[in-house]
Design a protein around this ligand. Structure first.
Ligand code: PLP
Length: 446
């Protein structure tokens, strides 16, 4: 699609409609006046440019890589919860858990204080201990690896695939073979559906069956992604699935998270650990002094989420399909914009997957350009676009280098990806004029 061509302007027009910028009747009017289309849409775009310029003059950052979408229904749901009898440990928590199971699959859900707490509880409920080895991807948020450290296990990494940026099953098998050859076992793999792109779960599942490790899906980015045409794929492949509802994620509860599983024992264990390790289960109690009586058999935490947060989560979940649709439209816009320019690499999606675009990780070949990533970032910031990088490779963090001996060069695909990656804005409230502004500003500043 040539830049500035009629075809491109028609595409902008369609996007403008799909993104809610143009009303249906105005769109139809443009369509009918096909010959005039070029002119009309160009005047639309020039009025957009004027708005863009006024945005650029504003001192505050306008665009970040992600942000929440909160409407009046969400606010009303939180107010209703605040006016109810339960601020915490009430019915909204279980209602939210039921809604999560319905939407994302698994037999059981436990809502928790945040995604990191969810990973910690998974590590404990799956019984990770000192000297157990847990593998994850170097391109993830720290929590995917930190959860192993919390329980005294040893974290290590396997490099990512070049195109999908998820853990590479071939390299994972190489590592599993190395361990087997030394009569050592890997306890668990925390695979991350990075940016919303599902891992190669079939391959991971057959490795799990062959080598006997536990499989966790750090699914914080991937709500509503599909794998083999299945939106509820995650708990079918992993022993436990971790979600986060931080404001930049697909839906938010402020802070919040959840764990999905098909395993009743794991679920019950997680629910107990969420509240200090306290149990009132008569089958477990050593004695029973009366209806008030409770016991603690192992150390747990207060990792609970509140009812008003869950009320927000329930309200947000009702809108997630439209949120995802918009994210996918935005990604399609970016894909089309950047795909034919050799300076960029757009995120690859395997034929088995439908991406959920929590992030749009764009690779820019700074190594082949005149501008550094640092200078480009600063220029974009001046233009009110706050980019982010996902992620600084976890193995290169001082903590991991000092305590586990990782060094530059250990995971070259991840490291190269880090040099080139920037996360550009993707969230439902972006409009077509914003996308034009963002993409044009990227080009102007390279
Ligand atoms: C991949 C991944 N795992 C875990 C987490 C932790 O979630 P939270 O921020 O809710 O603790 C995040 C959140 O940023 C994440 O992106």
């Amino acid at each position: 699609m040539a830049r500035g061509s009629l075809e491109e302007t028609k595409y902008h027009l369609l996007l403008a409609k799909d993104l809610g910028y143009l009303k249906e009747d105005i769109y139809n009017n443009f369509k009918c006046n096909y010959v005039l289309l070029g002119k009309k849409i160009n005047s639309l775009i020039s009025s957009i440019s004027k708005k863009m310029n006024s945005k650029a003059n504003n001192q505050q950052p306008v665009f970040s890589y992600g942000r929440q979408t909160i409407d009046d229904d969400d606010i009303a749901a939180v107010i209703a919860a605040l006016k109810s009898d339960w601020l915490t440990q009430g019915p909204a928590v279980q209602n939210f858990e039921n809604a999560l199971v319905q939407k994302f699959g698994g037999r059981y859900a436990t809502a928790v204080a945040n995604g990191t707490a969810g990973l910690h509880l998974i590590a404990m409920a799956l019984g990770w201990k000192k000297d157990d080895v847990v593998i994850t991807s170097p391109i993830t948020f720290l929590a995917s690896a930190n959860c192993a450290v919390y329980v005294g296990a040893t974290p290590t990494f396997v490099d990512i695939e070049k195109s999908t940026y998820t853990i590479d099953p071939n390299k994972l098998e190489d590592k599993l073979k190395q361990y087997s050859a030394q009569n050592k076992k890997i306890k668990a793999v925390v695979a991350v559906d990075y940016a919303g792109n599902p891992c190669n779960w079939e391959a991971l599942k057959s490795l799990k069956e062959k080598y006997g490790f536990q499989l966790v899906n750090d699914y914080c980015h991937a709500l509503c992604a599909e794998y083999k045409n299945d939106l509820k794929y995650a708990p079918n492949y992993a022993d436990a699935v971790n979600l986060s509802f931080h404001p930049v994620k697909h839906i938010t509860t402020g802070e919040g998270g959840a764990v999905l599983t098909n395993d009743k024992t794991v679920d019950m264990h997680i629910k107990t650990l969420r509240t200090h390790g306290i149990t009132k289960d008569e089958n477990i109690l050593e004695k029973n002094d009366g209806p008030w009586y409770y016991e603690m058999h192992e150390i747990g935490f207060n990792y609970r989420i509140t009812d008003f947060q869950c009320a927000l989560g329930i309200s947000q979940l009702k809108k997630i399909d439209s949120f995802i649709e918009k994210r996918r439209l935005i990604a399609k816009y970016y894909d089309n914009f950047f795909c034919n320019d050799a300076r960029f690499i757009i995120p690859g999606v395997s034929k088995d997957s439908k991406h959920a675009y929590h992030l749009y990780p764009l690779q820019i070949k700074f190594d082949e350009l005149q501008i550094s990533k640092k200078d480009f970032f600063a220029k974009m910031k001046k233009n009110n676009i706050s980019l982010q990088v996902h992620y600084v490779p976890v193995h290169l963090q001082p903590f991991y280098r000092k305590n586990y001996g990782f060094k530059v060069g250990d995971f070259p695909i991840a490291e190269k990806f880090y040099e080139r990656e920037i996360s550009i804005p993707v969230y439902p409230s972006l409009r077509v004029e914003d996308l034009i502004y963002i993409t044009e500003t990227i080009l102007e500043n390279l």
